[in-house]
Design a protein around this ligand. Sequence first.
Ligand SMILES: CC(=O)N[C@H](C=O)[C@@H](O)[C@H](O)[C@H](O)COP(=O)(O)O
Length: 238
Amino acid sequence: MPQVQADVLAQLDGTLVVSCQADSGMPLEAPEHIAAIARSVVLGGAAGVRIESAANIEAVRRRVGVPVIGLVKARRPNTEIYITPTLADVAAVIDAGADIVALDATNRPRPADLKTMFGKIEARGRLSMGDVSTLDEGKRAIDAGASVISTTMAGYTPYSNQQRGPDFQLMEQLAGAGLPFVAEGRIWTPQEAVRCFELGARFIVVGGAITRPDAITRGFVDQVASWGANPQLKRNQS
Ligand SMILES: CC(=O)N[C@H](C=O)[C@@H](O)[C@H](O)[C@H](O)COP(=O)(O)O
């Protein structure tokens, strides 16, 4: 791995990266909003950001100095894979200015094979992050040339562990196999974040717990109601 790229990974070791994404149709979807969120989380201590879509990556790249993990979420014909599924998507993420390209590295039919995708990213001087859901996928992604793997897809493929929290079991397995991994997916508390580091995560990526106000509010309301302090808590239905 060239020195500049190794430096980017070293810079992220032991840190919190924040995923700043808004689902389609949500009020925060526009690039200027995503860029404002990205700037805010960097002010709060995020060492990197994970950003979806070329327009958002461009907007964020102009406003923050930390490493940007970029991806495209797109549905393409004949594949379940939607995180940076094609070589054209890889090119778009790189052209938009991402330092690290995240892509689905699960073992499902895909438009282009993993080796070709990781090779293209390396040839353009960027790092790659293979989003996996199982130990076997982690091994394959590293063998195919991923710079690092992430537990992003754990619980989002039908054959992986389905659970509400982070997949600590997968993290244990990846660490046991000596694979460099990033912890990502359903990390909602600082305690869970600490556990990820204890299990050997290089860095962690947190999204919804920090950057999805709708989900945060829903969780807040649910907890207040379930603790019985105010079982009558009225929810805005609009
Ligand atoms: C499975 C999938 O499509 N994950 C996406 C990957 O970019 C995002 O929707 C997640 O928000 C991100 O992985 C962070 O996870 P969480 O928001 O749970 O902290």
